[in-house]
Design a protein around this ligand. Structure first.
Ligand code: ZN
Length: 359
């Protein structure tokens, strides 16, 4: 049976294990141990994802990611009535430990009740938050499943991500010329000045209901009294619409050309690449019907909502696995105000169990 106390304990224990992106070895060991204690063999793949494969036919994948954003070290979960939050000095890591908790509890309950579940493959990925790298490095050929449920959405489990954008990331490196800022600034070319000029010409923020643009980081220069020689900008843009992606790409290229013409003696190099690819779920997908049926069995109303974020679901779909991303009871993800609603987390565990029971 699904057990609320056990869910709270599992969640808090997992939240206390530091697992910022790139440092997932402790959490992965713990998860392999926990899966083994409920009779599921799993192992680390060559990239560091925890993977449990199945030999059965008609299996589905249950998945969540192991890493958290920062500040995510020394997390102290605080339980107060129906809410679990951090102590305010870190994120909570409910993204995605709530998802992992729901999966573990669903599997545990099935085993306790000696139910006969459908075949399942479990995937806990590494480095989702920094670019879906774990998922991109999975060996999809070794997986049997053609369908997946990913616990990595905001809000209750009934919230289904109906669409996710394409995301393009870019780095721009501007090289000017250093010179003493007080003695001979005429001899210098300020890379910071060029970067500023470029940024003011580029789009910013929400461009339309389905597209965004952001310069997230800019760094350059060396010391106060030297004309800065180099500046680097890291940015990204996203859209649900591929035509918009193409037109933003054209704007970016145009603006770079414009700036190069204005500052002919500076060197401007760009690296633009796709981070993940958009998808839109189709109402006839059998996995969507399974998800909707399980939700209605539990008396939950499915709510389809597009997201501006990417998840491992984007990568799974690109690799032929029809994936549905559901909510995992977290709110205010990626902030110090992050919290998990315990009743929603209990629902997510019930949902996982129901999916596994429904043949
Ligand atoms: Zn997440």
């Amino acid at each position: 049976m699904i057990n609320r106390e056990r869910i709270i304990n599992t969640f808090c224990e997992l939240a206390k294990i530091d697992s910022i992106s790139g440092e997932e070895s402790n959490i992965s060991k713990e998860l392999i141990k926990r899966l083994s204690s409920i009779g599921i063999n799993s192992e680390l793949d060559s990239y560091g994802n925890v993977v449990s494969k199945s030999k059965e036919e008609n299996t589905i994948i249950l998945s969540a990611h192991m890493d958290t954003v920062q500040p995510g070290k020394n997390i102290k979960p605080v339980v107060a009535s129906d809410i679990i939050s951090s102590d305010g000095s870190t994120i909570l890591g409910g993204d995605c430990k709530a998802g992992i908790t729901a999966i573990l509890e669903g599997l545990t309950s099935i085993r306790e009740d000696k139910s006969d579940p459908i075949g399942v493959e479990i995937i806990f990925t590494k480095e989702e938050e920094v670019g879906l790298y774990g998922a991109q490095n999975l060996n999809f050929k070794e997986l049997k499943s053609k369908e997946a449920i990913i616990f990595d959405g905001e809000g209750p489990v009934s919230r289904i991500t109906s669409a996710s954008p394409t995301a393009i990331e870019f780095d721009i490196e501007i090289t000017g010329k250093a010179a003493h800022a007080g003695v001979e600034p005429e001899k210098g070319i300020s890379a910071i000045r060029i970067a500023a000029d470029l940024v003011t010409r580029l789009p910013q923020g929400r461009l339309d209901s389905e597209s965004t643009f952001n310069i997230g980081r800019i760094y350059g220069g060396s010391v106060r009294n030297t004309v800065p020689e180099t500046t680097i900008l890291n940015g990204e843009f996203r859209s649900l619409n591929m035509e918009t992606i193409d037109s933003i790409n054209i704007i970016l290229e145009e603006k770079l050309k414009e700036i190069q013409t204005l500052y002919p003696n500076a060197l401007i190099k760009e690296n633009i690449k796709e981070n993940f690819e958009s998808y839109q779920i189709n109402n006839n997908e059998s996995i969507l019907l399974k998800v909707q049926n399980a939700l209605s069995e539990l008396g939950l109303e499915p709510e389809l909502k597009p997201s501006g974020g990417g998840t491992d679901g984007n990568v799974f779909r690109k690799n032929g696995i029809t994936s549905i991303v559901v909510g995992m009871a977290t709110h205010n993800m990626h902030t110090l105000r992050e919290y998990v609603t315990i009743s929603d987390l209990v629902d997510a565990a019930h949902f996982c169990e129901t999916i596994l029971k429904n043949k």
